[in-house]
Design a protein around this ligand. Structure first.
Ligand code: ACO
Length: 273
């Protein structure tokens, strides 16, 4: 079944808010939603007015995971199409978001189940409503956190927490999600958007190339030996100098040395591109 408008995009003050838009289905990820999300991220990657991406859900849910009917049942007898959608679904959550050149923030406004954990983990930062309900519900329908979800759990959570929630399927709220490190912080739902937009606005003041380098250096270092990570960081620094025309040295450090600002306390101002 092909649907449209499963993803909404609104760009304001350099922040692109990307909304999963199937509220009557609790924003479960249908094949159409995956295709639209992949296209959306491709456009936002090169779009010039947005510097930060916020991913959230329409209505009372963030995302109820994979669309259990449209993905697991309807495509059961169509292995090539199942494979195509599975690849795209994995790609945007596990690779595109993770290595996106702009900072990405998950704003979890409500239900967050199963495959939605990979959105949360794929984003650089995550904030939830205290009222939000999280759960690895797979075990409750006789399955397990498959696809990219188990690796997302392994990337973020302590072993005891990952296995406890994967094996019991018990739900937990925003405060607990913060406590176990799945998200950065939880706020009352009424304050969530304001808090997230404040972080997004702060990120939008930083140098975009430096932000991208910060992400890459962290993400790729996790997968490297210490020696390879040091070598990569040195090469990344040269790449950053080239992309910025060395402005981190000339302006960033230069203006500090002239007493114009204190980088310990605030960002350099002339970061617009
Ligand atoms: N896949 C397909 N349809 C879904 C999904 C889903 N993951 N989640 C909700 N829906 C649909 C329901 O079938 C229902 O459709 P209908 O109105 O056409 O009957 C509609 O969304 C509303 O769902 P309700 O259950 O009526 O809503 P409620 O607010 O009471 O409960 C909840 C919401 C808790 C999210 C519940 O729908 C649920 O348990 N969903 C499944 C969660 C889940 O296990 N997700 C899969 C994780 S595994 C994975 O991602 C690989």
């Amino acid at each position: 079944m092909s649907e449209s408008n499963t993803i909404l995009v609104e760009i304001e003050n350099a922040v692109a808010t990307v909304t999963l838009n199937r509220p009557t289905k609790r924003n479960a990820m249908s094949p159409s939603l995956h295709l639209e999300m992949a296209e959306t991220l491709e456009k936002l990657r090169y779009e010039k007015t947005s510097r930060v991406i916020v991913v959230t859900g329409a209505g009372e849910s963030f995302c109820a995971g994979m669309d259990l009917k449209q993905f697991f049942v309807d495509l059961k007898d169509n292995p090539p199409e199942f494979d195509r959608i599975f690849r795209i679904a994995t790609e945007w959550r596990f690779r595109t978001l993770r290595y996106f050149p702009k900072p990405t923030i998950a704003m979890i406004n409500g239900y967050c189940f199963g495959g939605a954990f990979s959105i949360v983990e794929g984003c650089d930062l995550a904030f939830a409503a205290k009222e939000a309900t999280f759960g690895l519900s797979e075990i409750n329908f006789k399955h397990y956190p498959g696809g990219s979800v188990s690796k997302s759990l392994a990337n973020l959570l302590r072993p005891r927490d990952a296995l406890f929630y994967a094996m019991t399927g018990r739900t937990f709220k925003g405060d607990r999600a913060a406590e176990i490190g799945l998200i950065n912080a939880a706020y009352p739902l009424a304050e969530l958007k304001k808090e997230v937009m404040a972080v997004a606005a702060e990120l939008a003041t930083k140098d975009p190339d430096a932000l991208s380098a910060a992400k890459d250096a962290y993400r790729f270092s996790l997968e490297m030996s210490a020696e390879a990570a040091l070598n990569y960081a040195a090469a990344k620094s040269d790449q950053l100098s080239m992309r910025q025309n060395d402005s981190w040295r000339s302006e960033g450090i230069g203006d500090f040395l002239q007493g114009k600002y204190r980088p310990g306390l605030a960002a350099h101002k002339s970061t617009d591109k």
